[in-house]
Design a protein around this ligand. Sequence first.
Ligand SMILES: NC(=O)c1ccc[n+]([C@@H]2O[C@H](COP(=O)([O-])OP(=O)(O)OC[C@H]3O[C@@H](n4cnc5c(N)ncnc54)[C@H](OP(=O)(O)O)[C@@H]3O)[C@@H](O)[C@H]2O)c1
Length: 230
Amino acid sequence: MTSVLITGANRGLGLEFVRQYAAAGARVFAACRTPADADALSAIAAGANGRVTLHPLDVTDDTSVQALKAVLKGHPLDIVIANAGSYGGDHQTWRDMDYSAWLDLFATNTLSVLRIASIVHDGLAAGTGKRFIAITSGMGSNADKGGGQLAYRTSKAAVNKLVSTLAQDWRSDGIIAVPVSPGWVRTDMGGPGAPLSPEQSIGAMRAAIDRLTPADSGKLIDYDGSPQRW
Ligand SMILES: NC(=O)c1ccc[n+]([C@@H]2O[C@H](COP(=O)([O-])OP(=O)(O)OC[C@H]3O[C@@H](n4cnc5c(N)ncnc54)[C@H](OP(=O)(O)O)[C@@H]3O)[C@@H](O)[C@H]2O)c1
């Protein structure tokens, strides 16, 4: 049975990852800040015969991350999706940057990815899927010519470099590490005007994740598996 860990599992893309992997019969470790308030996630778990379990996780808090590590100990993992993230607040332009908030956003979007990677390495090495996926954003790519939102863009560009470096560090362990852009999707973050539904984005990402080979490790890909510019 495929074993999957998903962060930010209570809403948006993370919730849809849980829904689809659970429907496909996977064993899902679903991590979110406040499981007691995660009604939609709890409903999925209730219908999954014990294959979906909820775990508290604040990806910026080392104590919380280490508690999850203890839960995962001894469980091989096939796929890890480091999905939790934030768009940050206002004041992200060259004129009005909130530097303190920028650091906080790096903690949430970038440092958290290494925190999670560090606790899942052994589980991935013991699993058969061996896939570490960080959800990045097209806004972190140089192909995107938009301006503003500097904190978010730089946090995701840094995730790309972090994961492509992990790909090198983990190559000898056979673990594939890839940053994947989900496209622009209708979630709380993406808003109602986004062109993709969560079902479309996650369906395409799951297929792209399945197709990954060791030769893809360290590449930056779009939700449909096509290469994305750095
Ligand atoms: N939607 C898009 O169009 C789009 C496009 C490009 C990239 N992305 C990326 O896709 C990922 C998911 O985005 P989304 O659209 O699903 O956003 P969303 O609907 O705003 O959901 C964000 C998720 O991240 C969680 N989260 C935030 N900070 C956290 C923390 N410190 N610890 C644990 N969980 C935390 C949230 O938990 P709470 O409910 O507790 O806040 C929530 O589950 C993000 O990395 C985002 O940058 C999204």
